[in-house]
Ligand binder design. Structure first.
Ligand SMILES: *[C@@H]1O[C@H](CO)[C@@H](O)[C@H](O)[C@H]1NC(C)=O
Ligand SMILES: *[C@@H]1O[C@H](CO)[C@@H](O)[C@H](O)[C@H]1NC(C)=O
Ligand SMILES: *[C@@H]1O[C@H](CO)[C@@H](O)[C@H](O)[C@H]1NC(C)=O
Ligand SMILES: *[C@@H]1O[C@H](CO)[C@@H](O)[C@H](O)[C@H]1NC(C)=O
Length: 317
C-alpha cells in the first residue's frame, strides 16, 4: 500500500510539472550480442521507459518460444520455460532481472532470434516487442594454414598460395594482405567445405603476378592470411619472401670502386640489401641522415642506381 501511494504522488507531480498526461511505454530497445563463443555467457538486455507506468511483465523469446518471464507482482518474479525437446537454455538467475537475462554456457542450437516483450500494467497496458540475432560461434582449433609461398620470387613471377582455416561454425572469412595492403579480390578465390560433424572449413587461393610495388624497397614481401569470424575471432598467419635480383653485377661494382675506409661510418653495410635501387636519395646512407658528398661513395651509389633502374625497364604498374 505504502509503495502504491508514493507512486501515485510521483505520477501526480509528473503531470503537474509537464502539464500532460503520462503516455506509457516507450523507447523499447534490445541489446543482443551479434556473436558469442560456444561455452561463454551471453547477456541480453532489454531497455524500456515506462514513463511512470507500472511494469506488468518482461518476456524473452527464442524464435517463437518464450523462455523467460519476469513478473514483479508474482512470486517468484522469474519463471523459466524449456524451448526445445531436449535442450534448455541455461539461465543465470542471479544476474537476470527485469532489464536483462544472462545465458550460461551457450551452445550452437541457440543461434537465432531473441525477442523481448515488455508489457505495462494498468492503465495503459501498452506492449512492445523488439528482437535481435545472436550467433553462437565454434572457433577454429588452430590459426589459418598458409601454404605455397616460396622464399624467392622475381618480378613477373606469379605468387601462388593457399590458406585454409580449419573447421569452425560459421565458416571463417579469409582475407589476404600483402605488406599491409589488402590484396585485390580479382586474384583471389574462395572455397567452403564441410568437415566431420557440422563444422565448415574455409579455403582461399591467391594467384597474382608480382610487380615492383609488391616488394618493399629492401626487396621483401610479407604475405599474410587473416581468418575472422564476426567480432570475436581474428587470427593471422604470415610468410615472408624476397625479391630475387641479379646480384652479380652490383657486387662487382662494389668491389671495383675505390674508396677510403674512413669515409664510412661503422655499421654501414654495403651488401645488396642496403642499396635501394628505386630511391635516388643518398641521405639514407649516412646515420645522421645528412647526404654526404664523398666521391667514391657517390659514384658507387650512382652506378648502383643506374643499374637498378635499368634492370627494371618499363614495368607497367
Ligand atoms: C539488473 O541486474 C543488473 C546486473 O546484476 C544490474 O546492473 C541492474 O541494475 C539490474 N536492474 C534492475 C532494474 O534491477
Ligand atoms: C556446457 O554445455 C555442454 C553442452 O552444450 C555440456 O556438455 C557442458 O558440460 C556444459 N558445461 C558447463 C560448465 O556447464
Ligand atoms: C595448397 O598449396 C600446396 C602447396 O602449393 C598444395 O600442395 C596444396 O594442394 C594446395 N591446396 C589447395 C587446397 O589448393
Ligand atoms: C564475412 O564477411 C561478410 C562481409 O563483410 C559479413 O557479412 C559476414 O558476416 C562475415 N562472416 C563472418 C562469419 O564473420
Amino acid at each position: 500500500m505504502e509503495a502504491g501511494v508514493i507512486t501515485l504522488i510521483n505520477v501526480f507531480t509528473f503531470i503537474l510539472l509537464t502539464g500532460q498526461a503520462v503516455t506509457g511505454l516507450k523507447d523499447v530497445r534490445v541489446t543482443v550480442p551479434i556473436a558469442v563463443t560456444r561455452g561463454d555467457n551471453a547477456r541480453l538486455r532489454c531497455h524500456f521507459d515506462l514513463e511512470g507506468d507500472q511494469l506488468y511483465s518482461v518476456k524473452w523469446y527464442f524464435g517463437p518460444r518464450e523462455f523467460y518471464r519476469y513478473t514483479p507482482r508474482e512470486k517468484p518474479a522469474i519463471k523459466m520455460f524449456p524451448v526445445m525437446m531436449n535442450k534448455a537454455l541455461d539461465i543465470d538467475t542471479s544476474s537476470s532481472n527485469e532489464t536483462q537475462v544472462t545465458l550460461k554456457n551457450v551452445s550452437t542450437p541457440f543461434s537465432g532470434r531473441y525477442s523481448c516483450e515488455v508489457s505495462a500494467d494498468a492503465p495503459s497496458f501498452h506492449t512492445a516487442l523488439v528482437s535481435g540475432e545472436m550467433t553462437v560461434v565454434v572457433v577454429p582449433q588452430s590459426r589459418p594454414v598458409l601454404m605455397g609461398v616460396k622464399p624467392r620470387y622475381r618480378i613477373g613471377d606469379t605468387l601462388r598460395a593457399n590458406c585454409t582455416s580449419p573447421g569452425s561454425r560459421p565458416a571463417a572469412n579469409l582475407t589476404w594482405v600483402l605488406n599491409d595492403d589488402p590484396v585485390d579480390t580479382r586474384f583471389v578465390r574462395q572455397y567452403r567445405g564441410m568437415q566431420q560433424t557440422d563444422l565448415e572449413t574455409s579455403t582461399t587461393t591467391l594467384e597474382m603476378p608480382l610487380m615492383v610495388r609488391h616488394f618493399t624497397k629492401k626487396g621483401r614481401m610479407k604475405v599474410r592470411c587473416a581468418a575472422s569470424i564476426h567480432n570475436i575471432y581474428w587470427q593471422t598467419t604470415e610468410k615472408s619472401a624476397e625479391e630475387e635480383r641479379p646480384r652479380g653485377l652490383v657486387n662487382d661494382v662494389v668491389q671495383s670502386v675505390h674508396y677510403r675506409p674512413d669515409d664510412f661510418e661503422e655499421g654501414d653495410v654495403y651488401g645488396d640489401d642496403e642499396i635501394d635501387p628505386t630511391s635516388s636519395s643518398f641521405g639514407s646512407y649516412g646515420k645522421s641522415g645528412v647526404p654526404r658528398t664523398l666521391h667514391g661513395k657517390t659514384l658507387l651509389i650512382g652506378v648502383a642506381t643506374l643499374l637498378g633502374v635499368s634492370r627494371r625497364p618499363l614495368m607497367a604498374d
